[in-house]
Design a protein around this ligand. Structure first.
Ligand code: 5GP
Ligand code: MG
Length: 172
């Protein structure tokens, strides 16, 4: 198992940023019926930390999707067919760990729009500075990062390292 590399974003930095995002999200959705759709497993830690700060009316759903093998995107999103509900009248906020090629969030946004959501927005912890394969922009972003493969705080390499409390890079 490769040793994790240097810390890119520390635990206190994450904690501070999540509180700010939660405050902005709460303000934006005041008076609106909010459903948060968290994309598993990568967003697990971010999702829970964010949800702790959101109003009690917030509905929560988790969708289990997969597109990565090792450090590469397979270009296909698995698991989307078995996800979803009727979101008529709901304001849906998709929460994911990282925006990379944009494929995942493009497909998920399309699917949720098709389920009659009144509004669909995106919140990601990390926004990787790479050319997108799909034109996707997050409404709320925790941190912009360079084009590096990162692990920790929910992000994995073949199912390992998710429990690291900070974001680290892998040594190349
Ligand atoms: P996209 O569909 O935007 O290419 O990729 C989104 C998914 O790929 C993320 O939700 C995440 O699971 C995975 N991913 C992309 N970049 C990284 C990375 O640097 N580290 C890890 N662990 N996963 C990544
Ligand atoms: Mg993911």
């Amino acid at each position: 198992m490769p040793t994790p590399g240097k810390t890119l974003i520390s635990t206190p930095q994450i904690r501070k940023r999540v509180k700010i995002l939660a405050r902005e999200i709460t303000r934006h959705y005041r008076g609106k019926p909010l459903t948060v759709v968290g994309l598993m497993n990568g967003s697990l830690f971010f999702l829970v930390d964010l949800l702790r700060e959101l109003p009690v009316e917030t509905r929560i759903e988790c969708w289990r999707l997969k597109s990565y093998q090792g450090t590469r995107s397979t270009g296909k999103i698995q698991g989307l067919d078995s996800c979803g509900d009727d979101y008529s009248g709901r304001h849906v906020l998709i929460v994911d760990d990282i925006l990379d090629t944009g494929l995942t969030l493009h497909e998920v946004t399309k699917k949720i729009r098709g389920l009659n959501a009144a509004d669909v927005r995106i919140c990601v912890l990390l926004d990787k500075q790479v050319p997108r394969k799909r034109d996707v922009t997050a409404h709320w972003t925790g941190f912009q990062i360079p084009n590096l493969f990162v692990i920790g705080y929910g992000l994995d390499l073949d199912h390992q390292y998710r429990t690291l409390p900070m974001i680290r890079v892998l040594p190349s």
